[in-house]
Design a protein around this ligand. Structure first.
Ligand code: NDP
Length: 246
């Protein structure tokens, strides 16, 4: 994002991990930033304090993406509080992994609610609030491009839906100069997927760079896509996976 911009952003799932790094990066870039969270109120408060320390306005909203009312409400609250909404980052996501026989209908409902329905509803709300130059960026996964192994059926299925959303929405919002893109991270060291976790070695070996990525490396890509220089990039997937798909 350009440092001269005074834009506003909403990052879902911004209390920890990739979302927290993205919220901080957008604030460093000059944006006022709202973030959602569910449980980690202390984490959300800490990110808010850091954003304010950059001299930007910040807002933490408890909004469970599984609740179809909560995320659109957060979009509107962010836009109302800041007076506009320029950037939406659909980051909140959950992974329920395991053999297909172990995954229940309740697992399917919850994963689709958080990883798919909430993204759709956030985009739907944001489309009514964004002006020319708006940016919608969703966070998918490299596992929807290349399966690292078994166990990812439900997670990869849910994240694959984001490509289906991104492309037609880019066409729909393109005439308003709003871009819509999908960031596809490989293994990134977070609470969700720790670099010292039980499944880490196989993931690391699956990358060309033989390492996990950092949250800052994903945030910098999102920052670029959110900026003026990325105005001609839309309707596409951008991979930050250390060569996982290579
Ligand atoms: P973390 O588990 O580290 O952080 C998740 C964040 O999302 C937290 O801020 C959490 O808030 C929030 N969150 C979780 N559930 C909900 C919900 N139902 N509604 C709103 N917010 C929620 O995850 P990561 O940072 O690792 O992942 C972020 C995104 O990146 C996800 O979409 C994930 O699928 C994707 N991704 C991650 C990869 C990785 O290797 N880490 C690789 C590829 C994609 P709180 O703590 O308050 O509950």
């Amino acid at each position: 994002m350009n440092s001269t911009d005074t834009r506003t952003a909403l990052v879902t799932g911004g209390s920890r991990g990739i979302g927290a790094a993205t919220a901080l990066r957008l604030a460093q870039d000059g944006a006022d930033v709202a973030l959602t969270y569910v449980q980690d109120e202390d984490g959300a408060r800490e990110i808010v304090q850091k954003i304010e320390a950059y001299g930007r306005r910040a807002l933490a909203l408890r909004a469970d993406s599984a609740d179809p009312e909560a995320v659109p409400a957060a979009v509107h609250e962010a836009a109302n509080t800041f007076g506009r909404l320029d950037i939406l980052v659909n980051n909140a996501g959950i992974g329920v992994l395991g053999p297909i026989g172990s995954l229940t209908p309740a697992d399917v409902d919850r994963v689709l609610a958080v990883n798919v329905r909430a993204v759709f509803l956030a985009c739907r709300a944001a489309a009514t609030r964004m002006e020319r130059g708006g940016r919608i960026i969703s966070v998918g996964t490299a596992l929807s491009r290349r399966a690292g192994g078994p166990g990812g059926t439900l997670y990869a299925m849910s994240k694959s839906a984001l490509a289906g959303l991104t492309k037609p929405l880019a066409h729909e919002l393109g005439p308003r100069s709003i871009t819509v893109n999908l960031v596809q991270p490989g293994p990134i060291d977070t609470d969700l997927n720790p670099a010292d976790g039980p499944y880490a070695a196989g993931q690391r070996a699956g990358t060309a760079l033989d390492r996990f990525g950092t949250t800052a490396e994903v945030a910098s890509l999102i920052s670029y896509l959110a900026g003026d220089e990325a105005a001609y990039i839309t309707g596409t997937e951008v991979v930050v996976d250390g060569g996982h798909a290579a």
